[in-house]
Design a protein around this ligand. Structure first.
Ligand SMILES: [Zn+2]
Length: 178
């Protein structure tokens, strides 16, 4: 089984050309406030409560990008307790995360995500969300995956009290020629 012999990593591999990040977020739904998911305003009687506009998907993606480079998370960069960031748009949070990735010398090569919501349906807005996120990060919309799921009636999300989002990302070091 000579071909399956494990080789020690080269210094280049140790220097990590590819980085992977994961992000998660959840916000409670509240009557009478606007609903934003993936940077898109969705007509619905309830919105997501939290500092900023409560956009779970943009927050999960931002944390995935920052986590991939071991940077502080969005709660640390934009502390909810700080009046400076009260009502900040989540597009600005994601834009800042994208900038920090570029400053570290990495480009975003792919994002995949899941939005878990009993209501409303996510699929009619997916393409618009991809375009919006692509615009914010300066990447093509088809680098971004978005899947809508329900929680099958289970838990807080399933009973319609909250919406959650999961995101993963892949970054590549920009000076990589491979
Ligand atoms: Zn959040």
């Amino acid at each position: 089984m000579k071909d399956r012999e494990l080789k020690p990593p080269t210094p280049d591999i140790i220097d990590q050309v590819i980085k992977v990040g994961i992000g998660y977020d959840i916000h409670p739904l509240k009557e009478g406030i606007p609903l934003y998911i993936g940077g898109v305003r969705i007509p619905f009687p309830k919105g997501l409560e939290g500092h900023s506009d409560g956009d779970v998907l943009l927050h999960a993606i931002s944390d995935a990008l920052l986590g991939a480079l071991s940077l502080p998370d969005i709660g640390q960069i934009f502390p909810p307790s700080s009046p400076e960031f009260k009502g900040i748009s989540s597009s600005e949070i994601l834009r800042k995360a994208g900038e920090m990735v570029r400053e570290k010398g990495y480009s975003v090569e792919g994002i995949d995500s899941v939005v878990v919501a009993e209501e409303p349906k996510i699929s009619p807005y997916k393409d618009k969300m991809k375009r919006k996120i692509g615009e914010i990060l300066g990447i093509p919309p088809d680098y971004i995956g978005i899947k809508g799921k329900t929680a099958e009636g289970k838990g807080e999300v399933g009973r319609g009290f909250a919406i959650e989002a999961y995101a993963v990302c892949v970054l590549r070091r920009m000076d990589d020629k491979s």
